[in-house]
Design a binder for this molecule. Structure first.
Ligand code: GLV
Ligand code: GLV
Length: 334
């Protein structure tokens, strides 16, 4: 009898087919947020699961689950996982690093360019039929991206991919990170490590790509925004909770910050009304990794992780991107 896998959201047919070669697949046909009780119930009946960021896995959800071995997240960020609780429960956690680096970097640049040049607001204005012969030479003035200083907060692999693109725009690149990059990577990225305050003060464009945790909650709040240039453009492709949205909206409204490009929100899918009211905030629905190729690659990697963890496929027993591989050594003793 086949082992069972639960897929918590609709997924590409070819990925479900790949899982079905070896596993009994129970795939949700409708997109929705599951309650902790629903998650707990589903996860008790399976050996593995593929889930999304909306599904929060903690000790309570896993309590009493003797069967589950692996959960693959359809994301690189895994703030929806209580990783220590999963490790204690003997459940392997997997994410989707690397396959999305270049696609998310493209999107961070798209938001930076579009917010800097006011493309969202200009398009809304044109579609509203406002364009006329009265358009002035000094209407719609934005700020340049080329030749400016790019600041990157969080210099993992996505941050590095963002930095590498800056050479073509003749930008100076500064970054702040817990640890300094190895020198060859710094050189390749043409990026210089600075303190966080220095980064905030010097950046004409600041992109946030750090992981979300208690330590990074509201890492950008009123005090940090006050250090930034009045013309600066802030881009967030990481997690909404890294920014104090009320403080950000106030800075944008009062002209203490130039513009923002936001793909993530603290209460998503709800967006703070203060942000919705602003023309200089460019807002998108958490789609930075959503290219055709990359979303398929993420889903495929998640499926491969589940298959490998449960003993199937070319990498049986050796999932490619585990977060707590030490749990696998304990499985034989369960
Ligand atoms: C999306 O936000 C991800 O973490 O992959
Ligand atoms: C982005 O979501 C990251 O975790 O780096």
């Amino acid at each position: 009898v086949k082992q069972k896998v639960w897929v918590s959201r609709p997924l590409f047919p070819e990925v479900l087919a790949k899982l079905s070669e070896h596993l009994d697949v129970q795939a949700e046909a409708i997109e929705r947020k599951h309650t902790p009780e629903q998650l707990r119930e589903r996860l008790r009946q399976v050996d593995g699961a593929v889930i999304g960021l909306g599904d929060r896995v903690d000790a309570a959800v896993l309590e009493g689950n003797e069967r589950l071995r692996v959960i693959a997240n359809l994301a690189v960020g895994y703030n929806n996982f209580d990783l220590p609780a999963m490790t204690r429960a003997g459940v392997l956690a997997c994410n989707t690093p690397d396959v999305l680096n270049e696609t998310v970097a493209d999107y961070a640049w798209a938001l930076m360019l579009a917010a800097s040049r006011r493309i969202g607001a200009a398009e809304r204005w044109l579609r509203a039929g406002q364009w006329s012969n009265q358009q002035r030479f000094d209407d719609w003035l934005g700020v340049d991206v080329h030749g400016k200083t790019l600041g990157i907060l969080g210099m993992g692999r996505i941050g590095q991919a963002i930095a590498r693109r800056a050479a073509g725009f003749d930008m100076r690149v500064l970054y702040h990170n817990r640890s300094r990059l190895p020198e060859p990577i710094e050189r390749e990225c043409r990026a210089t490590l600075v303190g966080k305050d220095e980064l905030l003060k010097q950046a004409d464009h600041l992109i946030l790509v750090l992981p979300y945790s208690k330590a990074s909650h509201h890492a950008i709040g009123a005090a940090e925004l006050a250090l930034m240039k009045r013309t600066a453009v802030l881009v967030n492709v990481a997690r909404g909770g890294i920014v104090d949205e009320v403080a950000l909206a106030a800075a944008l409204r009062e002209g203490r910050l130039g513009a923002a490009g936001l793909d993530v929100f603290e209460g998503e899918p709800a967006v703070h009304p203060d942000l919705l009211a602003l023309d200089n905030a460019l807002l998108s629905p958490h789609i930075a990794s959503a290219s055709e190729d990359t979303r398929r690659a993420m889903a495929s990697l998640a499926a491969d992780n589940v298959l490998a963890a449960l003993g199937y496929g070319p990498h049986a027993g050796r999932p490619a991107t585990p977060l707590n591989p030490e749990v696998m050594a304990r499985w034989s003793r369960r």
